[in-house]
Design a binder for this molecule. Structure first.
Ligand code: SF4
Ligand code: SF4
Length: 304
């Protein structure tokens, strides 16, 4: 089994460059490439798509040199009866693996997500218990996401809640955002591969270095916020708070690293943050912070 250590205190941060150093590939260093099993529950596959867009390393290099994908619903060629055979074989073997869960688990309507005639929850339960670490990829897996909105009937659970309720103690890492940022997942996996430790996690089991700062703190529109210069329509200059921006109550480094090779992110592009990395995402009124008093503390809006 891989030994998992969750870094505590002020563990030194490893940069992507260090993690990708030439001598760091498992094959050159004589390490085992970690086995990955990726499952999808109540999800849209957006986090899988996002994963393929990782920029710090090509996805092909990551999958070829740094890891070994035993099963992924979209990437694997295995279909039909092959899939349960692979997963059952892994579950009863001593082969160590990392379980990545995309999407929430529909415990209230188990037949909403079936794989090989079994509810996805049964697969998660069996595979998570023996995994070295479980990673919740995206907001749906981390906190329920879209499938947990009021009015949905599937009664979903996040990965962490699902495992806790079943007494499964495998360490969980939460990587919220809709979709999950690919660098967050690949960094976490590379950190584990290189150091045999998880990066330092916060109370919500998120890697600290990605989720310590709010979107608001790093927003290029922050000077406009300070000047109480608020946009009242999409497309206007100024802070987007009056348009429902959830940047003040959402923690994610998306402003700093952007998506698609740092091409852009929501607030940089002029769109209010909809809090995709927050536990309450999606709110009943997507573009609204007015139900959260923290968001507007000390803000006096001057309408023109
Ligand atoms: S409220 Fe939104 S747009 Fe305004 S500064 Fe904060 S994050 Fe940026
Ligand atoms: S700005 Fe908000 S909605 Fe957009 S990616 Fe960042 S956390 Fe998600």
């Amino acid at each position: 089994m891989y030994q998992v250590v969750i870094a505590a205190g002020a563990a030194p941060l490893l940069s992507f460059d260090e993690l990708l150093a030439a001598d760091a590939t498992p094959s050159s260093a004589g390490w085992l490439r970690p086995n990955l099993i990726w499952l999808q529950g109540a999800s849209c596959s957006g986090c899988s798509t996002s994963f393929l867009n990782v920029e710090q390393i090509t996805i092909l290099d990551f999958l070829t040199y740094f890891s070994r994908v035993l099963y992924h619903p979209n990437l694997s060629t295995a279909t039909g009866d092959q899939v349960p055979r692979i997963l059952t074989k892994v579950a009863v073997s001593d082969k160590p693996y990392i379980l990545i869960m995309e999407g929430a688990i529909p415990v209230g309507m188990p037949h909403a997500c079936m794989m090989a005639d079994r509810p996805i929850g049964e697969w998660v339960k069996g595979l998570a218990a023996k995994a070295s670490v479980c990673i919740a990829a995206g907001t749906c897996a981390a906190s329920g996401g879209v499938a947990k909105m009021a009015g949905t009937l599937t009664g979903v659970a996040s990965l962490d809640d699902f495992l806790r309720q079943r007494g499964i103690k495998t360490p969980v890492v939460n990587l919220p955002a809709c979709p999950m940022h690919p660098e967050h997942l690949v960094y976490t996996l590379l950190h584990f591969i290189k150091s045999k430790r998880l990066p330092e996690l916060d109370d919500a089991r998120r890697p600290r270095q990605f989720f310590t700062h709010s979107v608001h703190e790093r927003c290029p529109r922050y000077p406009a916020f300070q000047a109480r210069d608020f946009a009242l329509r999409i497309g206007e200059e100024g802070c987007l708070l009056e348009l429902g921006c959830q940047g003040p109550v959402t923690y994610n480094d998306c402003v700093a690293i952007g998506y698609n090779g740092n091409t852009n992110n929501c607030v940089r592009a002029g769109h209010p943050c909809i809090g995709c990395a927050g536990e309450l995402f999606p709110r009943p009124r997507l573009y609204h912070t007015h139900d959260d008093p923290k968001a507007k503390t000390g803000v006096v809006v001057k309408k023109s």
